[in-house]
Design a protein around this ligand. Structure first.
Ligand code: PLP
Length: 223
């Protein structure tokens, strides 16, 4: 994606240091196939049932599937068996269930801890003060590989505020690495603000509408 290349140049970062995760929630499999044949390999889905249907249908393609939605404990088994990554870990119990459900023949499941930096009660994510304890506990789970942190900032036109959120996620990650956790991932930035996120160190940007177009709110599965 040209916007990522331009943002990397601006930030003096190699373009290969940022992964474009195409968020395909609500879009049908032909849209995913079209992006795949244009070279896209990493796709993100938010709704377990919808995702499992698409993953099954597209089983012949070499796709890295990321689960980016909120995760309930009764869905951990499906997610652990169909995905390579989970971005929204915000409590130990979910991580533990994912680890227990991850097949021994598969590589460890890559996970990120989601941090709620805005304090919005309705939003998923661990409180910033609990991230360190949670990260150290998740890092010990045998069938998971803790890769880093993820955040979804509050919707705001205030670029300075978004920049502060992303800078804070980065400094939380850096502090965990000072503790020896070796985290290589910052999952932050979406269609509207990926340049800002890349300037603040994003290694995965999660982009939906800028790739696939506007999602249809009438189908009830936007978010
Ligand atoms: C839908 C979604 C995105 C993509 O949002 P766009 O604004 O369409 O780029 C990114 N991250 C998460 C967690 C999402 O749910």
């Amino acid at each position: 994606m040209q916007r990522i290349d331009a943002a990397c140049r601006q930030a003096r970062r190699p373009p290969a240091s940022v992964l474009l995760l195409a968020i395909s929630k609500t879009f049908p499999t032909p849209s995913i196939q079209e992006a795949y044949f244009a070279g896209q390999r990493s796709f993100g889905e938010n709704y377990v049932q919808e995702a499992v249907e698409k993953i099954t249908e597209l089983a012949g393609l070499d796709i890295d599937w990321h689960f980016t939605g909120p995760l309930q404990s009764n869905k951990t088994r499906l997610v652990a068996s169909h995905f390579n990554w989970v971005h929204g870990i915000d409590r130990y119990k979910i991580a533990q269930r994912l680890s227990e459900a991850r097949d021994a023949h598969l590589p460890p499941l890559n996970v990120c801890i989601q941090v709620n930096l805005s304090g919005e009660a309705t939003k998923g994510g661990a409180d910033r003060n609990s991230v360190s304890d949670l990260a150290h506990a998740v890092a010990m789970l045998p069938r998971l590989r803790l890769r880093g942190l993820m955040t979804i900032p509050e919707p705001t036109p205030d670029a300075a505020l978004l920049r502060r959120r992303y800078a804070e996620l980065r400094s939380l990650r850096d502090a965990l690495n000072t503790d020896g956790l070796g985290l290589d991932t910052l999952s932050m930035g979406m269609s509207s603000d990926l340049e800002l996120a890349i300037e603040e160190g994003a290694t995965i940007v999660r982009v939906g509408s800028a790739i696939f177009g506007a999602r249809n709110p009438a189908n009830g599965t936007t978010g």
